[in-house]
Design a protein around this ligand. Structure first.
Ligand code: ADP
Ligand code: MG
Length: 477
């Protein structure tokens, strides 16, 4: 084992300083022999170089008389005889040698690298050949958040998670505002990397179903429609630009009541025909608004059945590319309500609901139509086997009630100070050293916290098996 320094100065049971004899990096793992506890794992939280006198020669070696490199080390702990993670209760003795941690110690203390039946392989521990698996049951039961700035690698990573979910026959519904996920039907090209992540390209066409309200823009999708007769007048007006609701409500209600009594099921055209027989001036505006809804093609006499969308072991992508924001909100609201209600009575299988651009569907400020159901799923979904994965580039703009319910947090590069603050407030056990790191993370490296990990870890995300659909459009090829 490689010795990198010696314990110096004042020590405590959970932290100490190490005078480095070799260069070591921030966030690197170290191990020491504790008198009572045996091998203990620690992590370098920061490295400082201290000069004794005037610095004369910038090339002076680490450990020489002029320079002292001190690593601040936080102790993570050790596994006891029952394999539980413990931290020492007595300080490390000054003078003890400090070693670079062996892969075996890291695996054992962090509980990594063990493939299990329910583990999702997401990548390799940064700087090590240790595979990181996240427990799928835990992710579904305790919800996930994926946060990073635009271009930080969120969708790429969610693609990795979805591949693992599909491999393990997890039922998923993906709210996909930009149509980034249908490309997962096709196999991808592996990027050229020096590291071997043990990934082979493959597609998942047999596992994926795609639905969209706009099948002209998304021709591979099946139409997503709602039953018009299940909407009341107020719901319908909420989808229009009408502000003065009261004035129109009575007219629309009357028309709908007439149709309900005579037909049961009806179309927007039929509502319009009835309104056209009215003489009143305001009805004209209402008709114009209904014409707009007709163009969006979201309603049908018979809507899409939830049992067609949620199929055991399949991933259903709700492709909202081309759908206006107000209609997207309606879809998310109605679909999520249906998923929650049907899960409660076990009419659909347990599932994972993945929501891209979550700040639009459960904003911190203001209210989206979908806010209420998103909150309900975040706080109660776990009881009914309805897991939530929210993705956003603006953590500060997501409803804190929803964000705080996510116990598996996957954080990629974030630079906006407000967003960093929001993340910092929602992640337990994050140190200032780690916070600094988030700002300078390269694309493809994530900080992951999870109830099964004793500390947040940095993970180099594995390449995708499938084609990533979120590539930025190049102006010049
Ligand atoms: N783990 C990764 N490995 C390799 N390339 C990646 C990785 N993550 C992201 N990228 C690249 O970065 C680009 C942006 O990632 P993307 O997931 O679309 O960003 P976001 O959804 O956060 O806006 C992708 O097109 C992809 O080429
Ligand atoms: Mg994205």
């Amino acid at each position: 084992m490689e010795e990198i320094g010696t314990v110096v100065g004042n020590t405590a049971p959970t932290q100490f300083d190490c005078l480095l004899s070799k260069l070591a990096e921030k966030t690197e793992y170290v191990e020491i022999n504790h008198e009572k506890c045996g091998v203990v794992l620690g992590q370098i939280d920061n490295v400082e170089i201290k000069t004794r006198g005037e610095a004369r020669d910038a090339n002076e070696e680490i450990g020489s008389s002029e320079y002292r490199a001190i690593a601040k080390i936080k102790i993570i702990g050790f596994r006891d005889e029952r394999n539980l993670l413990q931290v020492p209760h007595t300080p490390i003795l000054p003078g003890s040698p400090v070693f670079r941690a062996s892969e075996e110690t890291i695996r054992e203390v962090l509980g990594l690298g063990r493939e299990t039946r329910t583990g999702a392989y997401v990548g390799l521990l940064r700087g090590h050949d240790i595979e990181v698996y996240l427990d799928i049951n835990e992710m579904v039961q305790k919800h996930i958040s994926v946060l990073a700035k635009t271009g930080g690698g969120k969708s790429y990573l969610v693609g990795v998670l979805l591949e693992e979910f599909m491999k393990h026959d997890v039922t998923c519904v993906v709210i996909d505002p930009h149509g980034e996920y249908p490309s997962m039907r096709e196999s991808g090209k592996l990027p050229e990397t020096k590291r071997n992540f043990h990934v082979s390209p493959r597609g998942y066409s047999s596992k994926i179903q795609e639905f969209s309200p706009d099948i002209k823009t998304n021709p591979a999708a099946r139409p997503l429609r709602f039953t018009l007769s299940s909407m009341d007048a107020r719901d319908i007006i909420a989808l229009t630009t009408i502000k003065n609701v009261r004035q129109y409500l009575t007219h629309l209600r009357k028309a709908i009541d007439t149709l309900r009594q005579t037909k049961g099921k009806y179309t927007i055209d039929e509502i319009i025909s009835i309104l056209e027989t009215e003489q009143e001036y305001v009805v004209g505006t209402l008709i114009n608004e209904l014409e707009y809804l007709k163009d969006v093609e979201i309603f049908a006499e018979v809507g899409t059945h939830v049992n067609d969308i949620v199929v055991k072991g399949k991933t259903s992508i709700i492709n909202l590319r081309g759908t206006p924001p107000d209609i997207q909100e309606l879809i998310v609201t109605r679909l999520c309500n249906a998923l929650f209600e049907l899960r409660k009575i076990n009419k659909i299988p347990p599932l994972m609901l993945v929501v891209e651009e979550a700040h639009n569907f459960c904003p911190q400020q203001g209210q989206a139509a979908s806010s209420k159901i998103m909150r309900t799923i975040a706080s109660e979904g776990r009881k009914f086997g309805l897991g939530l994965c929210i993705i956003s580039q603006r953590p500060a703009k997501i409803d804190k009630n929803v964000l705080s319910q996510c116990n598996t947090q996957i954080i990629l590069k974030i630079t906006n100070p407000n967003d960093l603050k929001a993340v910092c407030a929602s992640v337990e056990g994050i140190t200032t050293g780690t916070m600094d790191e988030i700002q300078s993370l390269p694309i493809g490296t994530a900080l992951i916290t999870s109830p099964s990990l004793p500390i947040p870890v940095f993970v180099d995300i594995r390449p995708r098996e499938t084609k990533h659909g979120g590539e930025a459009v190049k102006i010049i090829e």
